[in-house]
Design a binder for this molecule. Structure first.
Ligand code: AMP
Length: 448
């Protein structure tokens, strides 16, 4: 490795230059030629996997990234749907390679990758994203952010099977920049994480809002720790004004951007810069040029244009459909509206609105009110079901005062029916592998 070259990949163990990556991609591409089936990538944030992505593209095949935190059974189900003919494993496989490649099938031509998201039915769904969609997304991101060629270092928080990682991976790969990957063991151990971040030359922070909230809990997290940081790019969850304001206060020289989109339409399709004067709810912005994002008559955010994927592999179309003019389109399942400012707003999932004893409630609203209480670092509210209907609410709270204090605080800003019956203190809220709040864990706790 030549240390004078800019790094392409910087992990806790590995540092690869762009030349290293290019060489390895070339070697791998030679082994992938002549077979149109997908290439399965197995591991956790190794540079070998990034080389595998580039190699798959060179060989005209899509890759299917699966993080090694994924249980063996789920890996098998993914392989049964994706039908890869080749596996690049940067870590030991939990099942025999032959089993994963038992029944290879040609992928649709022109695919960049197939990402598996959780389906509502419990079976993973393989989202097929063409290279043209990826190019459109990355081209727009670059144009909107003005990344400095060869000069950007991107935080990689999300595992590679989560499409948020596409933002930092390709942000770096397409601008000659650096992927600064933090591993799950580091994320699970704040002391290690901050030791690694201290003084790191990050210029672009890409994460879920939940992950940034976790970082904010560290008093030293600010521009002294990351003196080169210039922008925060968020996607994947609602961004709260309390979070954006806190970040702007700790990083006065940084821009905060909210981006919105589902995996099905290639990472993000709208964006907006968030300033300190903006209050909740924050907008998700304007569509990328060439993309249409509108609110349907049912109030659902709907997307059309070149970033919309080719549908789920071997599965029903779900929200995908074709417009009369032939363009691919996708119904997101998100409620939205256009504000007086002309910007799009995402108003939550169609399926997270609840009726509690006849009252219509937005759980996000209660969570926001809890987070505004003194000392509360984070909060999540989960309905407890009885007879198939929400019966009462449980609040999971990180920090803050006794329940009686929290209750009194909420009573000042919420109607009585919106105040949770039970308050549970937690050291931290559970996150999914992708760094989002894991509501399912909390729902399991209250269901017990
Ligand atoms: P995923 O496919 O995992 O990226 O999840 C997509 C979903 O995350 C969207 O349909 C939204 O429900 C949610 N989402 C993504 N970005 C945002 C955002 N900026 N604000 C609110 N929700 C978001």
């Amino acid at each position: 490795m030549n240390m004078s070259e800019p790094l392409a990949f910087w992990g806790p163990r590995d540092r690869w230059t762009h030349a290293d990556l290019d060489r390895r991609a070339g070697e791998l591409a030679a082994t992938l030629a002549g077979d149109p089936s997908p290439v399965l990538l197995w591991g956790h944030k190794q540079p070998e996997l990034v080389a595998g992505m580039l190699a798959a593209h060179r060989a005209g095949r899509p890759y299917v990234p699966v993080d090694s935190a994924v249980p063996a059974e789920r890996l098998m189900r993914i392989a049964a749907i994706a039908r890869p003919g080749h596996v690049i494993a940067a870590q030991p496989l939990p099942v025999p390679r032959d089993l994963l490649c038992a029944d290879p099938a040609p992928a649709a031509p022109g695919l960049a990758y197939i990402l598996f998201t959780s389906g509502t039915t419990g079976d993973p769904k393989g989202v097929q994203i063409p290279l043209t969609a990826l190019d459109h997304f990355v081209g727009w991101l670059r144009a909107s952010q003005g990344f400095v060629p060869g000069g950007e270092v991107f935080l990689n928080q999300a595992p590679f099977h989560f499409d948020l990682s596409v933002m930092d991976l390709y942000g770096a790969l397409r601008t000659g920049g650096t992927i600064f990957a933090v591993e799950r063991e580091e994320i699970a151990d704040p002391r290690r994480l901050f030791a690694r971040l201290e003084g790191a030359p990050l210029t672009v922070w890409v994460s879920t809002p939940s992950f940034a909230r976790l970082a904010l809990a560290e008093a030293g997290f600010g521009s002294e720790m990351l003196p080169h940081l210039r922008r925060f790019l968020f996607c994947g969850e609602p961004l709260g004004a309390d979070l954006s304001r806190a970040l702007i206060a700790r990083f006065p020289g940084c821009e905060v951007w909210n981006t919105y989109g589902p995996t099905e339409a290639t990472v993000a399709v709208t964006l907006v810069r968030i300033t300190a004067d903006m209050a909740d709810p924050l907008p998700v912005g304007r569509p990328a040029p060439g993309m249409d994002v509108w609110v349907s008559e049912q109030g659902e955010l709907t997307i059309a244009g070149p970033q919309v994927g080719l549908g789920y592999l071997g599965s029903s179309p779900g929200g995908y459909f074709t417009l009369p003019d032939g363009r691919r389109a996708y119904r997101t399942g998100d409620l939205g509206h256009v504000g007086d400012d002309g910007l799009l707003y995402c108003d939550g999932r169609i399926d997270r609105q609840i009726k509690l004893h006849g009252y219509r409630l937005e759980l996000e609203e209660i969570e926001g009110a809890l987070r505004a209480q003194p000392g509360v670092a984070d909060a999540a509210v989960v309905p407890v079901m009885r007879g198939g209907r929400p019966d009462h609410l449980v609040a999971f709270v990180v920090g803050g005062g006794e329940p009686v204090v929290l209750r009194a605080g909420l009573a000042r800003c919420l109607p009585a029916y919106a105040i949770p019956r039970i308050f549970r203190q937690m050291a931290a809220l559970p996150l999914t592998l992708n760094g989002k709040l894991d509501r399912r864990v909390l729902e399991d706790v209250v269901a017990r």
